[in-house]
Ligand binder design. Structure first.
Ligand code: UT7
Length: 324
């Protein structure tokens, strides 16, 4: 017998405003063709003035709680992956906690950039399995539109805003890979790459918020190798494989990276969940947003094995296998 973190429900939220590639091409030197061919992105959502990361996160959390059909008061842990908090402090997670009317347990932010959701999931899973908490909200929420340099065509066309959330419940299971819940998580980082994708501001360094800067080609070069290695770790830990998983829900940064990773691992294209065309790269929010799309359209069903992975600034990267 063992304790597993079982998914009770998921939810997501996207700001209303959609910005198409054509709209960007009317403002900066770019084109729909370039963006689609290099990234697969066609449009992204952008938060309204006065709409904060916490607002997106609260909406996603409410949707997840409704899908799970659980009382918000049963939540005793909130882990929020974000690199675009409302404020330097307090954690955006406590604004979410308060917005949901929860005043017990613990809520904190976790900062691992695009790997934020996998890191948050792994953290919540470890707290649930240790018995410290019973029921968790794991959220990825971002307003990257606020840290983009809208005159830098090499970055501003890539990102979008949004939020997604999962409700996890600590439940006794048999301790085999046939269990429901989080089966394994693997986290990695290597700070030697910290200058390849970063924000050029911060409270301690510049006392400004700063803008996102990226050596895209350098990130691309490392992405597929890091992603596939940490997925192999997940397969080895569980005995599962490209053949026995049902769905691959990767971080949605670039369709070329996703396709190359799936190809290298021999994951069939029809198992790959793709939302980068509609959402752009929403950093920590991209995986739960994609999960929610695939659950709502009936692809991901109870009992299915879902493979998650992410890679981003730091570099950080990670994988998780979850039986829905
Ligand atoms: O989620 C976190 C992790 N981040 C990522 O995974 C991002 C990884 N990197 C990438 O996805 C790709 O490197 C990019 C999509 C960012 C860029 O694609 P690329 O194929 O690596 O293009 P590149 O940076 O090598 O640029 C090719 C050309 C350059 O022109 P020259 O130097 O060849 O004349 C760029 O100036 O494309 C130019 N370019 C653009 N052209 C039109 C760069 N951005 C644009 C643009 N529109 N928006």
């Amino acid at each position: 017998m063992t304790i597993r973190s079982v998914v009770l429900g998921c939810g997501s939220y996207l700001p209303q405003r959609v910005v198409t590639n054509a709209e960007l091409a009317s403002r900066i030197e770019t084109s729909d063709d370039w963006i689609v061919q290099r990234t697969g992105i066609r449009e992204r959502h952008v938060a309204a003035e006065g709409e904060f990361t916490s607002h997106l996160a609260i909406n996603a959390a409410r949707a997840a709680l409704a899908a799970a059909d659980v009382d918000p008061q049963s939540i005793d842990l909130i882990v929020l992956g974000t690199s675009t908090p409302d404020n330097t402090f307090p954690a955006t997670a406590v604004a979410v906690q308060d917005g949901l009317g929860i005043h017990h347990g613990a809520a904190f932010d976790l900062q691992a950039v695009c790997s934020g959701f996998v890191y948050a999931l792994a953290t919540a899973d470890n707290f649930l399995r240790s018995g410290s908490f019973k029921r968790a909200l794991v959220i990825g929420a971002e307003t990257f539109s606020r840290i983009l340099d809208w005159n830098d065509r090499t970055t501003c066309v890539l990102f979008g805003d949004g939020a997604g959330a999962l409700v996890l419940d600590a439940q006794r299971q048999d301790g085999t890979s046939a269990d429901r819940g989080v089966l394994t998580t693997h986290l990695r980082s290597d700070g030697r790459h910290k200058a390849k994708l970063y924000v050029d501001g911060g409270p301690s360094s510049t006392q400004t918020v700063g803008h996102l800067r990226m050596e895209g080609r350098e990130v691309f070069k490392h992405a597929v190798g890091m992603i596939t290695a940490v997925i192999v770790d997940a397969f080895e830990a569980t005995g599962l494989s490209a053949e026995t998983i049902d769905w691959f829900v990767p971080h949605q940064a670039n369709k070329r990276i996703i396709d190359a990773s799936a190809h290298k691992l021999h994951i069939a294209p029809e198992k790959v969940v793709l939302t980068v065309d509609r959402h752009g790269n929403t950093s920590a929010a991209s995986i739960p947003l994609a999960l929610d799309v695939a659950v709502k359209d009936g692809r991901i069903k109870k009992g299915d094995v879902v493979l998650l992975e992410a890679m981003g600034g730091g570099f950080t990267w990670g994988s998780a296998l979850v039986r829905w």
